[in-house]
Design a protein around this ligand. Sequence first.
Ligand SMILES: *Cc1c(COP(=O)(O)O)cnc(C)c1O
Length: 235
Amino acid sequence: MVMSIAQNLATIHDAIRAAESDAARAAHNVRLVAVSKFHTADAVAEAIAAGQTLFGENRVQEAAAKFTGLAARGLPFELHIIGTLQRNKVRDAVKIASCIQSVDRIEVLQEIERQCAKIGKTIAVLFELRTGEATKAGFSDYAALEYAVALCAQGQFPHVMPRGLMTIAPNTDDQEKIRAAFRTVRETRDRLAEAYPTLRLTELSMGMSGDYRIAISEGATMVRIGTAIFGARHA
Ligand SMILES: *Cc1c(COP(=O)(O)O)cnc(C)c1O
């Protein structure tokens, strides 16, 4: 049986509510980021028609092509960039996105500041923490991450609003390993939030189609789900 995007979204919203409840968390504290990479603008439009407005894309060029067209059609959406950013893609990324979830080095932060200053835009960012081998992306040591956060707290990047952390869990069937990774990210966020109380480091973007329930039980505030909404990707 082929489920529609609207049906998949409804199923996931139910599962998110159930996971919040199981974790004794208040309802509606987890935002769903619909990851539309490799899927068409029409698929995104279908999700928007079903009430989904927050989307995630990995590649800036693909995102720009797709979402510029959707904007021209007057469709409402918010876009987060969730893939590793090359420095030369930052200019286009900050034009179309309200958040860059995948800040993994100081140079990217500097470039985001530079490009946002040019267009007079302030943008939210999350710092990506590396917790597995699934990707080479993300800060892999606390000192480097803390240094980046400290520079933000000192006001070095006035057009950048750090909001929390993001991770891609290890690619494994071992649920306890996945849970431990999410827990590490939450504890790291807690530690940074305590050290830098002037920043509002409230967000934890973690959990994908296969592991979002675990992520919610470990405190995720955003889950990034592609396959379970749009179906398999044909890349
Ligand atoms: C592709 C992707 C997702 C969504 O993965 P699914 O398994 O399809 O839900 C989430 N986060 C990032 C960073 C991704 O690249």
